[in-house]
Design a protein around this ligand. Sequence first.
Ligand SMILES: [Cu+2]
Length: 136
Amino acid sequence: MKNLAAVVGLVIVSIVLTMQVWGEEKTVKALIDSDGVQRVELVGGSYFFKPERIIVKVQVPVELKFRKESGMVPHNIVMEAPEAGIAFDLPLASDPKIVAFTPTKPGVYPFYCSKKLLFFESHREKGMKGMLEVVE
Ligand SMILES: [Cu+2]
């Protein structure tokens, strides 16, 4: 039984470590390029966005480059934060596209895929969503 406890303990430790590594990948803080633009890359697929938390600086132009992971399922990216100067609804394609905006107000704004097939859960409900955090 002692061995079993040790194995269980080891498994728990490895799960926690793995989750920490994933956690870091899930958040990206945009760096400001020499031309004063914050560039971030985003990949969407069934049913996720990676990274799922993006941190950008307020009043600094953002170029968000996004693409779809391979697969037949159509996806899009929607942001509805006109109060912060951010509003778009664009299809994801395998070829990267860029959407440019300048966040004007600090806050946390969701982005998500609005696709939904018939009576099934929406992609957003399946986890295809993320947060754009605009900071001072
Ligand atoms: Cu989707």
